[in-house]
Design a protein around this ligand. Sequence first.
Ligand SMILES: Cc1cc2nc3c(=O)[nH]c(=O)nc-3n(C[C@H](O)[C@H](O)[C@H](O)COP(=O)(O)OP(=O)(O)OC[C@H]3O[C@@H](n4cnc5c(N)ncnc54)[C@H](O)[C@@H]3O)c2cc1C
Length: 413
Amino acid sequence: MAAESGLTHAKDGAMPDHLPVVVVGAGIAGLTLSLCLARAGVRVTVIDRARELREVGAGLQLSPNASSILFHLGLGSALDATGMRPEAVTIRDGASGRLILRMPLGEAMVERYGAPYIVIHRADLQGTLLAAVEQEPRVTLHLGVDITAIGEDEAGIVVEGVEADQPVRFHGSLLVGADGVRSMVREAVIGGGPAIYTGRTAWRTTFEAEGFFAQSFRHNETGLWLGRHAHLVHYAIDAGREINLVAAIDDVWNEDGWDVPGDPAQIRAAFAGWPEPVRKLVAMPESWRKWALCEAPRDTPWTKGRVVLIGDAVHGMPPFVAQGAAMAVEDARVLAGVLAAGLDDDIEDRLGAFADGRKARTDKVAAAARRNGVIYHLGGAPAKARNLGMRLLGADRLANNMDWIYGWRPVEG
Ligand SMILES: Cc1cc2nc3c(=O)[nH]c(=O)nc-3n(C[C@H](O)[C@H](O)[C@H](O)COP(=O)(O)OP(=O)(O)OC[C@H]3O[C@@H](n4cnc5c(N)ncnc54)[C@H](O)[C@@H]3O)c2cc1C
């Protein structure tokens, strides 16, 4: 299995008998890490406060830098069974409705990067990772745990909490905080601050694809509409049975939660002045969920002693280069390589090197996401200049500009 995942076992395949690595958060980062570690011979205890990993959320995007890792883990056919490989992304102006640019994805991505661009429901991705993790005897999963304390004793890390009304204690050689953008590990252990609201709300919904394809939209393309104070993304998921619709709007609403109902009248009003296809599209779903788009504080330290953060917990960023899940998968894969090489005394130094390397990359990606956030929501003359600039750039050069993100691969050593 180690060869398939590309990870190497410590010391000739024999991992010393350390305490397990404790991972807080069975989201995308936590499950990917657990799977990579188990395949490399490391024992893992994963703890999540959710009582079940149920279907919350909507679609997310996995560019080739992430899909290549998941395919190497043997998850390719499962991802292809529920995810979609969009043929292209079409970018349109939300004021005029005119096409700005069409960039091929589909086969073009596979040819260029050796791995596909996939869009998938978050629950299908999490379910795929979970099913693989459940096959690994080295991973123990505890759901419904309310963590009450995290500390250290002479043997390592100690996590205390309550599971099914019973007190529980988990001992680990090391603790990984993979508990999302409102991370408790970041705030309580690392000393980072609370999540920072970006002034935008994401409205998300999925609905049956049938009526959607009766409209003028092409089958299996990702659509991106850019307009003043808002943008809209749509693509097919669930093997083409469902349409995922995401609208990001400038807002002041900032509450916790991934499952808060949004009033359809409010989102229709936000797109009232947009071209007819958008108005029709936004009117199709009966229900919406909304969540406040937050970032992790930019100065968050990644490590403290034998505690390390990954994923949104340390670099939660706006979703405007669609790299939230991809960065979580990258972090997990790189950290697994570091931990699989050994958990002995030099681990804190190696965690520091891991943090420096990953921070350089995720800072750059987050900066690109913030830049897009400004560019996407322009109106009037600046929007016209943006559209012209994108047309002049053209699909080929836009694709070249994405190489540094999509062409990334983990380096061993
Ligand atoms: C329920 C949910 C739905 C989402 N839906 C979408 C979506 O539709 N589209 C999209 O682009 N992104 C969505 N996201 C965000 C997306 O998954 C992340 O941006 C990205 O995948 C990075 O993943 P992550 O593993 O770092 O964090 P997450 O995927 O957010 O996972 C964090 C995990 O930590 C757990 N956790 C949080 N606090 C604690 C705690 N105190 N103790 C123990 N466990 C804890 C959470 O239950 C969750 O399982 C969603 C996140 C969640 C939690």
